[in-house]
Design a protein around this ligand. Sequence first.
Ligand code: DX5
Ligand code: ZN
Length: 232
Amino acid sequence: MIAPSILSADFARLADEVASVAGTVGRPGADWLHVDVMDNHFVPNLTLGLPVVQALLAATDIPLDCHLMIEDPDRWAVGYAEAGAHNVTVHAEAAADLLGIARDLRAAGSRAGLSIKPNTPLEPYLDVLRHYDTLLVMSVEPGFGGQSFIPETLAKVRQARHLVDTGHLRLLVEIDGGINAQTIEAAAEAGVDCFVAGSAVYSAADAGEAVEYLRSKAAAAAPAHRTPAERP
Ligand code: DX5
Ligand code: ZN
């Protein structure tokens, strides 16, 4: 799955930018649209919030993948689920009650996602991840698009992939940060199901073509034995 991140899109032309990655005849298009919510506290950058997400929901049929880089997601995350986001991801480093958040998100009709920063280990969250639908492994420090991929983060992807393949976890493994035509193959080999790409999509001359190119690279590099992931 490919999830273009609108962080690198032209915010003054958001509806057009979203439409440019939607599927058309003979072209599947973006599987999810990745929306980076930043509050200038959890990360040193400020982007958009619920009103813009609501406007996007009205403007596209692409399922929204809301990545909340905010403090106190215990208070705010459920609003994105209630608005109609398909997947809502909170940061493990910011949340107080991860079980409660997962329960509330699912009760509001969304998938529940958990994200970890590049230096955050996976182990402390293995139990709670049984209540989540997606694991978002950050492969850059959250806050900005256009940064370089940190290859060491793939160890956590391999670890999660193994736990999913052996039936210990049931979730989709997502990666975010520095994914482009040069890095997506290593991420696919490690077992990623869903690839977020911001600058690689929206800096391309044709964003829709960039989505298909990334998808073809990932598909070619994915381990042959892999059963296709369920698409939560
Ligand atoms: C970074 C965001 C990413 C960002 C990725 O904090 O979470 O989603 O848009 O941008 P690229 O793909 O350019 O690294
Ligand atoms: Zn993101």
